[in-house]
Design a protein around this ligand. Structure first.
Ligand code: PDD
Length: 283
């Protein structure tokens, strides 16, 4: 049984009902967040909540809870679900109103949160990826629930026997359908710079920070499709995947076709960060 939250009330997930007039359902008019919880401790909660505030502001939905309200909500939800290892999902839509594209007046946003259990040690297997054109809109920096482009491309990856599609827009790498991308090549370790064409991942930011602290040069620079195809190592990062090596791209081996030495190193740094988080030394 999972306890979830809707508009001020904690309820069993299966008892929650949302109106068919909710603009999240009719227009995908809403935003979301995913926050991992390790041994009851939230991973980078402030960074995630800050991104949620930014997404809400970008689509002009009022943040009725505020930072303290969000903290209280997520902490209570984690506790009601027994702590441990969870992935928290938060979603805010513009609310329910008669269908009309323009914003409705006087409507309260729908605030929903749920959680699911995750493995305490998500031994991330290496994955295969395909390259696809980035067919999404031009505000991928907003964590919008409008994910149809991501969904279609992810399915194309799955149909091709891969687990992720890495997207190219205007000749350069943007991101994966639900991940950011890091590339190791002749030019060192790089990840695309933040822009309106990618989601600024919290895992991505932490990895850059961990590399910096370990004196590993990691640059935020554009990566061409040719550089991606010629990479020695490729990794994808997200809150639910952590840091996963891509060992085949469009069917061809990446480097030696096995997780590379640079990945081993940053994966170790990431796992070490998680241990420190669980001990309460960092957040
Ligand atoms: N997705 N880019 C996209 C398009 C994403 O959807 C995600 C995460 C990321 C990585 O962001 P972060 O490191 O903050 O999780 C990058 C979440 C996990 C999801 O949709 O389930």
């Amino acid at each position: 049984m999972t306890v979830a939250y809707l508009n001020g009330e904690f309820q069993q997930l299966e008892d929650i009902r949302i109106s068919p007039l909710d603009r999240g359902f009719l227009f995908a008019d809403g935003v979301y967040e995913v926050i991992p919880v390790y041994s009851g401790r939230l991973f980078r909660a402030d960074a995630h909540l800050q991104r949620l505030e930014r997404s809400l502001a970008a689509i002009r939905i009022e943040d009725s809870l505020g930072r303290d309200g969000w903290h209280a909500l997520v902490e209570e939800l984690v506790e009601r679900n027994g702590g441990g290892y969870q992935a928290l999902y938060l979603q805010v839509t513009r609310g329910a109103a008669p269908r009309d594209h323009a914003f409705p007046a006087g409507v309260s946003p729908t605030v929903f949160a749920m959680t699911r259990t995750i493995d305490s040690d998500p031994h991330s297997p290496a994955l295969h990826a395909v390259i696809r054109p980035d067919i999404r809109w031009s505000r991928c920096d907003i964590k919008s629930v409008a994910l149809l482009g991501n969904v279609l491309l992810r399915q194309e990856a799955q149909d091709a026997g891969a687990a992720e599609a890495i997207m190219i827009r205007d000749g350069v790498l943007t991101e994966g359908t639900a991940t950011n991308v890091f590339v190791v090549g002749g030019d060192g370790l790089r990840t695309p710079p933040k822009s309106a064409h990618i989601l600024g991942g919290i895992t991505r930011d932490l990895l850059i920070e961990l590399c910096h602290d370990a004196d590993i040069d990691c640059r935020e620079e554009p990566i061409t499709e040719a550089e991606l195809r010629g990479a020695e190592e490729i990794w994808v990062t997200s809150s639910t995947k952590e840091v996963v090596p891509v060992v085949r791209l469009d069917g061809d081996p990446v480097g030696a076709g096995v997780p590379g030495p640079q990945w081993q190193r940053v994966h170790g740094l990431f796992q070490d960060f998680k241990r420190r988080l669980v001990r309460g030394d960092v957040d």
